[in-house]
Design a protein around this ligand. Structure first.
Ligand SMILES: [Zn+2]
Length: 113
């Protein structure tokens, strides 16, 4: 249930941004999660709503984009998208891999008025 902690962290950023930009209402929050964060969108959205319940973001729409995991093989140099937790190079089967995408956790944009 790490969604709750992440929701608290991200809602704090949303509210700080709203304050800095003098928004009276946050209408939409666009969030990017890497697949490796293993967020459950429904739980995250529920937790987020709870934390912004009494704020200018209480009616904000939450848009979550999950980006897939991509790895680069340190042995042969190919990069590929990881499917079904198969953490081996699909060209040479090496497990000497570097994560190049999939650990993202940030707010892409905040819309408001
Ligand atoms: Zn390889």
């Amino acid at each position: 249930m790490h969604e709750i902690r992440i929701a608290e962290d991200l809602s704090a950023i949303v509210l700080e941004t709203a304050r800095n930009e003098s928004l009276t209402k946050v209408t939409k929050v666009n969030i990017i999660f890497g697949q490796m964060i293993q967020i459950v969108p429904d739980i995250f959205e529920f937790a987020f709503r709870e934390t912004v319940r009494n704020s200018v973001a209480r009616e904000a729409e939450v848009d979550i984009e999950i980006v897939p995991v991509k790895m680069k093989c340190m042995n042969c140099g190919s990069d590929f998208q990881v499917k079904e937790n198969n953490f081996a190079c699909n060209v040479c089967s090496s497990t000497d891999l570097d994560i190049i995408q999939g650990k993202e956790l940030f707010i892409k944009s905040i819309e408001g008025e």
